[in-house]
Ligand binder design. Structure first.
Ligand code: NAD
Ligand code: TYD
Length: 334
């Protein structure tokens, strides 16, 4: 199979490319990625010599380039996006451009060449849960509340519209918060680990009692692999990690794994419109495709901390440059 993987130089996309070339060595993978601040060719270093791998630098809004690449592939697996909620609060425009318009450009090319399309999305499109609410599932109504989740919701609706209107062979997955190797250190877990390794504190937003469901990235990649091979066209699958935890629990766990005490916690002003809780009921993909998360949170966090300890050059390079500029801007906004 020939796959076009958009956003393959980012966190989840690069893990997916590694997973794919390991589990399906006969497949041919083209990554299309514009190498924004979040894209990093270092993430693809382990596959760069693989004859079944090709990297193309380009924007998913480049219609001509997208058409050429789509014509050559069997399936598009669409990860490319602006993915960070805090950035979407500071600068929503690029989220609309990439996540909504970029998805439209890919869908049009897929329609023209009648190609299979898998759209990678988030549980954040469903909004926020109260403590006693049942977890999100495929029937939950959309209620996005941040510019990021609104842009992802819009893209999900477009993808579904192309199925109903044009019969485009699509699937969608909505997953919970991923973590693992190559995670960009602006998100909670890699930010906390790298700050602690640098002897800095960890910023905890508000009271730290917000809840996220944590999914080890390799479990997510395995789920996408199953959906693209065995998923039913037109369907959506919710993917969760069975690991709901308050943010402060995660931070304290990382402190313990890194031998630090609670003086490294810094409570800071809350995020605007901060969603209180996300949780996923993944029984559909479990029932229909036999998937369930295999890596426990304990195991996943231990592996992730070890990866960051062993890959200091990777995160130190990432944390220089643009990253610093963003943090200055974010702190000015507080
Ligand atoms: P990421 O920010 O780490 O990577 C995004 C990648 O997309 C980068 O390599 C970037 O260069 C590329 N990109 C951005 N704009 C582009 C454009 N216009 N053209 C081409 N390439 C572009 O993101 P991630 O965390 O790996 O997330 C991947 C996908 O999974 C996203 O669609 C995101 O919404 C979704 N998702 C992520 C999570 C999570 O916890 N990280 C959870 C649920 C869903
Ligand atoms: P994040 O990793 O940005 O993912 P998302 O907002 O998509 O869930 O944040 C995870 C949770 O951690 C979220 O409730 C916000 C919180 N958070 C902090 O408390 N401090 C931080 O420095 C960051 C980045 C996030």
């Amino acid at each position: 199979m020939k796959l076009l993987v958009t956003g393959g130089a980012g966190f989840i996309g690069s893990n997916f490319v590694h997973y794919l070339l390991k589990t399906h060595p006969e497949d041919e993978v083209t990554v299309l990625d514009d190498l924004t601040y979040a894209g990093n060719l270092e993430n693809l270093k382990v596959v760069e010599e693989n004859a079944h791998f090709r990297f193309v630098k380009g924007n998913i809004n480049d219609i001509e380039l997208v058409e050429t690449l789509v014509a050559e592939c069997d399936i598009i697996v669409h990860f490319a996006a602006e993915s960070h909620v805090d950035r979407s609060i500071i600068d929503p425009g690029v989220f609309v451009l990439t996540n909504v318009h970029g998805t439209y450009v890919l869908l049009e090319a897929a329609r023209k060449h009648n190609k299979r399309f898998h759209h990678v999305s988030t549980d954040e499109v469903f909004g926020a849960l109260g403590t006693a609410d049942a977890p999100f599932d495929e029937s939950t109504a959309y209620d996005p509340r941040s510019p990021y989740s609104a842009s992802k919701a819009a893209s999900d609706h477009l993808v579904r519209a192309y199925f109903h209107t044009y019969g485009l062979p699509i699937t969608i997955s909505n997953c919970s918060n991923n973590y693992g190797p190559y995670h960009f250190p602006e998100k909670l877990i890699p930010l906390a680990i790298t700050n602690l390794l640098e002897g800095k504190s960890v910023p905890v937003y508000g009271d730290g009692l917000q809840v996220r469901d944590w999914l080890y990235v390799e479990d997510h990649c395995r789920a996408i692999d199953l959906i693209i091979h065995q998923g039913k066209l037109g369907e959506t699958y919710c993917i969760g990690g069975n690991a709901e935890k308050e943010n402060i629990w995660i931070v304290k766990k990382l402190l313990a794994l890194l031998g630090k005490d609670e003086s490294s916690i810094e409570y800071v002003k809350d995020r605007a419109g901060h969603d209180r809780r996300y949780a996923i009921n993944y029984s559909k993909i479990e029932r229909e495709l036999g998937w369930r998360p295999e890596v426990t949170l304990e195991e996943g966090l231990t592996k992730t901390v070890a990866w960051f300890q062993e890959n200091e050059t990777w995160w130190k390079n990432v944390k220089s440059g643009d990253y610093q500029k963003y943090y200055v801007k974010q702190y000015e906004n507080r």
